[in-house]
Design a protein around this ligand. Structure first.
Ligand SMILES: *Cc1c(COP(=O)(O)O)cnc(C)c1O
Length: 418
């Protein structure tokens, strides 16, 4: 199997990100540490751009995958828009120089303050997920003397065939409004003075490996748009969501173009802007979590590599039993042994990989691959562990784009009783 991490490669047996050895990054910034490749992010973005060429389209990067300001800034310079799910993410996008007119706001629980902030910023679309939210947005916009651009996130009831925790487009999921109710909701919205209907959206789930469910959802959306059209409700955009998967292990993946071509074929002749909001597929394989082996521990039934990164830095293995490749920063020639790679957190679920053959000894550096998405953004301070720094590599330059947290920062806002 080929080495499939653009931006990462072994040279002289040392794992490099672009022009830099991971060992040199660890020497400078310590471990654990997230390392991202700008080149890998840009090449993933260009794949979407190529697939969408020749049609009015917006690539709205899903901020929750990796919300570091430097990453958002790279996206913004590429021309990306942003899919946000909170007021905090909106603030990040604005701080990173993102264009608010390219922002779509998703999520089932938007507060009045978040809606107001989005209207003040002048975003492209608030994606509504319930009739109650339509009511609230209409009210907030009225109080601010504004007209809110809205879309409904419609649940197409398509099985994304992915992990149940990241499947979002089924009737039983909390997301979106029912497909059968959509037309009525659009009619209701048309009568409200403080909303303006601009689009329709869906997002069926994450880590999709095949284009089938994505295209099926697009087909359902298109049928709805045609019905709305007949009812005199014209839209400016159709948002098909994100969800394109990446290769973590040995998944067979259809390329981005296969996902989009299916949808583009159906949309041919329609004038609405096509919006997609990819997260994982833009940044997932553009990042690694660097860690160092603290102990090689020979247990009664298993051998362990106890490393200095843990579930608080990368929760995906504990949360979804996700598999991440773990590679040595310096290739070792020995046969090695089979280890569970675990962190120091006091939970049996604190592992980064089970039963991996590695020839590592204490002090060695390991790279947990595919840690560019849903890694740092899902991190926590559990066990009072300061969050790891983030480094963005650009050619042969390393940029520290987030400093390591200090322990003092962790309890700076706490008080003991007087
Ligand atoms: C999370 C999310 C995405 C991004 O999903 P990926 O699987 O990372 O591409 C896109 N759209 C919406 C509405 C989301 O909530």
């Amino acid at each position: 199997m080929g080495f499939s991490y653009p931006g990462f490669t072994y040279r002289n047996d040392r794992l490099h990100v672009e022009g830099l050895a991971l060992e040199d990054i660890a020497a400078r910034h310590g471990t654990p540490c997230y390392v991202y490749s700008r080149e890998a992010i840009e090449s993933a973005y260009r794949e979407y751009e190529r697939a969408l060429a020749g049609r009015p389209a917006l690539i709205a990067y899903s901020v929750k995958a990796n919300s570091n300001l430097a990453v958002l800034n790279v996206m913004s310079r590429l021309g990306a828009g942003f899919d946000i799910v909170s007021g905090g993410e909106l603030s990040r996008v604005l701080a990173a120089g993102g264009d608010p007119r390219k922002v779509v706001f998703s999520g089932v629980g938007k507060t009045e303050d978040e809606i107001a902030a989005a209207l003040e910023a002048g975003i492209l679309s608030i994606n509504l997920e319930s009739p109650e939210e339509l009511e609230r947005v209409d009210g907030v916009a009225g109080r601010l003397g504004k007209v809110a651009p809205i879309a409904f996130r419609v649940n197409p009831d398509v099985d994304a065939r992915t992990h149940p925790y990241i499947s979002t487009g089924l009737k039983k999921n909390k997301f979106g409004v029912a497909y059968a109710d959509a037309e009525r909701l659009y009619r209701d919205a048309a009568h409200r003075p403080h909303v303006r209907t601009v689009g329709v959206g869906c997002h069926i789930g994450s880590q999709l490996t095949g284009a089938g469910p994505f295209v099926a959802a697009a087909e359902r959306m298109l049928a709805l748009v045609q019905r709305l059209d007949k009812a005199g409700i014209a839209l400016e955009h159709i948002d098909l969501g994100g969800g394109v998967g990446i290769r973590y292990k040995d998944e067979t993946l259809e390329p981005v173009a296969a996902f989009l071509d299916g949808a583009l074929g159906m949309l041919a002749g329609r004038k609405e802007t096509l919006i997609v909001d990819p997260g994982r597929s833009l940044v997932g394989n553009a990042g690694v979590l660097l860690c160092r082996v603290e102990y090689v521990k020979h247990g009664e039934a298993k051998n362990f590599l106890v490393v200095d990164a843990a579930m608080n830095d990368l929760i995906r293995p504990a949360l979804y039993n996700a598999w991440h490749e773990i590679l040595p920063a310096r290739k070792d020639s020995g046969p090695g042994a089979v280890y569970d790679v675990v962190g120091p957190v006091c939970e049996t679920g604190d592992f980064l990989g089970h039963e991996r053959r590695l020839a590592a000894s204490a002090g060695d550096l390991l790279a947990v691959m595919s840690a560019g998405a849903y890694a740092m953004t899902m991190s926590s301070n559990y066990n009072s562990r300061p969050r790891a720094p983030e480094v963005l590599v650009d050619g042969s330059e390393m940029h520290l784009v987030r400093e390591r947290e200090t322990v003092a920062e962790l309890f700076a806002k706490e008080r003991v009783l007087l």
